[in-house]
Design a protein around this ligand. Structure first.
Ligand code: GDP
Ligand code: ZN
Length: 331
């Protein structure tokens, strides 16, 4: 029997649902249940699969097409793939409860490493008390050129509609701490999202795993770009990106505002810590780079060293990247 192409549209652990891709590039129901028995075919939502039918609504993975990118969730020292072939990250923040600048910083680094666009959506702008504080936290990111959209998913439908042109024809992944309004946004853009979520969870694994499954939603007709319909990937359990095992050079390049200054420190291997004549530390002193960003850089550098040491202690080198067809975090 021949193989056919399908989009991986939902995952819970190694249980996947996929939908066949038609000759015109679109995909549609019915759902096909896919299991990944071996380690060589670990998929992520957004993957394009080559499948071979094993029964009327079941199939096995023959191959996974090369990915444009792959986002990870960090889970102590284990990383789990979350979403593949993503065009942009929508970082959902709110005026209340206050958001974690650290998580925002990490999302930005993940986006830069994979060269994925990132949009910041500041939700609940109807709650004015928290607005100034949120704007202050976001100021460095605005200065670096990341687009920021102030919206109210609940009380200002127009502010949500205004974002539609940025979603059209693209695959976006929603990221944010719980309570920021991700579900409210998803439902505002995709009116049948709740029904689809139910269908996914019923088919995925007897309906128990709605809170941690990862899911792909087609945008409504307004989301059709020049060639394809855009989509949105949501994973309620996806809070933090896997950013361990990065090299110093990869990290430096993920900090957009460091770029013009790289190579301008006195020492070529400067770690921008306590070294004299450091261009980055000088920029922090002059208020051109925020001290929080330099602190995040140092934190990530130290995390990635710890992770390397730990993983070398517990995992045979050969197995280290066995869940992925290519080493993560490298382009
Ligand atoms: P999630 O955990 O990120 O999916 O967040 P939810 O969408 O469940 O929203 C969390 C809470 O914030 C809910 O009580 C929503 O009704 C509320 N909420 C969502 N959007 C807004 C908004 O624009 N303004 C206000 N005031 N509340 C909102
Ligand atoms: Zn330096």
């Amino acid at each position: 029997m021949g193989s056919f192409r399908a989009l991986l549209t939902a995952s819970y652990g190694r249980h996947y649902l996929a939908q066949q891709i038609k000759p015109d590039g679109s995909h549609g129901s019915p759902f096909i249940q896919v299991d990944a028995p071996g380690k060589q075919h670990i998929g992520a939502v957004g993957d394009i699969l080559a499948l071979e039918s094993t029964s009327i609504d079941q199939a096995r993975i023959i191959d996974i097409e090369p990915r444009k990118n792959l986002l990870y969730r960090s889970d102590a020292f284990k990383s789990k793939s979350i979403a593949a072939n993503v065009d942009q990250i929508l970082m959902v923040l709110a005026t209340a409860p206050s958001f974690s600048p650290d998580l925002l910083g990490r999302a930005v680094v993940a986006a830069e490493l994979d060269q994925i666009e990132l949009r910041i959506i500041l939700n609940k702008c109807d709650l004015e008390e928290g607005l100034d504080h949120a704007r202050t936290l976001l100021a460095p990111y605005q200065k670096m050129g990341y687009p920021i959209h102030e919206v109210s998913a609940k009380f200002n439908p127009e502010s949500i509609q205004n974002l539609q042109p940025f979603l059209r024809g693209k695959v976006s992944v929603l990221v944010g701490q719980s309570g920021m309004g991700k579900s409210t946004l998803l439902n505002a853009w995709i009116p049948n999202a709740a029904a689809i979520t139910q269908e996914y969870s019923a088919k995925l694994d007897s309906g128990k795993h709605t809170t941690t499954a990862c899911r792909y939603f087609d945008l409504p007709e307004w989301g059709r770009g020049s060639s394809k319909l855009g989509g949105m990937i949501d994973s309620p359990g996806f809070q933090e990106f896997g950013l361990a095992h990065l090299s110093e050079s990869q990290l430096q390049h993920a900090f957009r505002e460091f770029q013009p200054l790289l190579g301008k420190c006195r020492f070529h291997n400067c770690r921008h810590d306590n070294e004299p004549d450091c261009a980055i530390q000088a920029a922090v002193q002059h208020g051109e780079i925020s001290s929080e960003r330099l602190a995040l850089f140092k934190q990530l550098l130290s995390d990635s060293k710890t992770a390397d040491v730990q993983i070398q202690g517990i995992t045979p080198a050969k197995e280290r990247w066995s869940t992925s067809p290519k080493p993560p975090y490298k382009r």
